[in-house]
Design a protein around this ligand. Structure first.
Ligand code: ZN
Ligand code: ZN
Length: 290
């Protein structure tokens, strides 16, 4: 059984509509990504994964040493569902007439070759992915975009299954994903001000201390800054003087509209510009191929 998905395609579309109503300059970008994310949430319903069993002894060590449960290369995927999604994402991209439309058409006809690269991509075997890109006639970063987004529903599902093994008494100090060890993409404030981070790879959500840099662990109150504007009280940038790194934060308590974390990451690109201008660098850069 798959764990219940937190988001539905309809929720993605509602979140996208709310963003584009508030920020018309994002219409093209958000419309494209809303199609991609909605297709992923739809695909998630059909993902079938082999169970991953972690032994009690291994779990004890992971909890004691505060290690992530697995490496990204150990995550399991549904190759058939991912290949089907790859073809769907190629169709969406071609229909949107985006800059990637040509590459999408090329890839769509070679989905079985792309499928053979799911494993090397997860294992970060860059030379295999580069060779595959050359053979298929697409840019490596374009291929990586399609491979990752075809795998994302599997990765989210795998992370949700693995989350059962997490230490419920975690200290809230982990600045990396407790499931796969990747850095956070975006932060969320909820309820009484509880802060959560979302993994940039498997999108697992985990609670963390509010006043602590996720990247260097600094708790120096004077060194943790917030950049924000009065017109956008739902967004802010949390920057750290110690490591000069920032993460964007969405305050869902003042958002007043449906939200989907990967869309918010894209809809706040103007904050990345502000933070970079102010001399900080992103913990995880929001790199978009389009
Ligand atoms: Zn993760
Ligand atoms: Zn820091």
């Amino acid at each position: 059984m798959n764990p219940p998905a937190e988001h539905t395609p309809e929720m993605v579309r509602q979140a996208a509509d709310a963003i584009t109503a508030a920020r018309p300059s994002y219409v093209e970008l958000i419309t494209f990504y809303a199609h991609i994310f909605a297709a992923q949430e739809d695909a998630r319903l059909r993902i079938r994964l082999p169970a991953i069993h972690l032994s009690d002894e291994l779990i004890r060590i992971k909890h004691r040493e505060k290690l992530p449960l697995v490496m990204t290369s150990e995550m399991v995927i549904d190759p058939q569902a991912s290949e089907n999604l790859l073809k769907e994402l190629c169709r969406i991209t071609a229909d949107c007439g985006s800059e990637l439309a040509g590459a999408a058409q090329v890839l769509c006809g070679q989905s079985s070759k792309a499928r053979a690269l799911f494993g090397p991509f997860l294992e970060a075997q860059e030379s295999d992915v580069l060779a595959g890109a050359e053979e298929m006639g697409v840019e490596p970063k374009t291929l990586a975009f399609f491979l990752y987004h075809s795998l994302r529903p599997s990765l989210c599902t795998c992370a949700a299954q693995l989350a059962e093994y997490l230490d419920p008494s975690s200290s809230g100090e982990q600045g990396y994903c407790p499931v796969c060890g990747s850095p956070p993409a975006i932060a969320w404030l909820e309820g009484e001000g509880q802060r959560y981070l979302f993994c940039s790879f498997c999108w697992h959500k985990w609670p963390v201390n509010r006043a602590q840099c996720p990247f260097c662990g600094s708790r120096e109150q004077q060194g943790l800054l917030y950049l924000y504007s009065e017109e956008e009280r739902e967004y802010r940038v949390d920057a750290c003087e110690s490591c000069r790194t920032y993460i964007k934060t969405v305050d869902t308590r003042v958002l007043g509209r449906p939200a989907y974390p990967p869309l918010e990451q894209i809809a706040s690109l103007h904050l990345d510009l502000k933070a970079v201008e102010a001399g900080y660098h992103a913990g995880v850069p929001t790199v978009l191929p389009v």
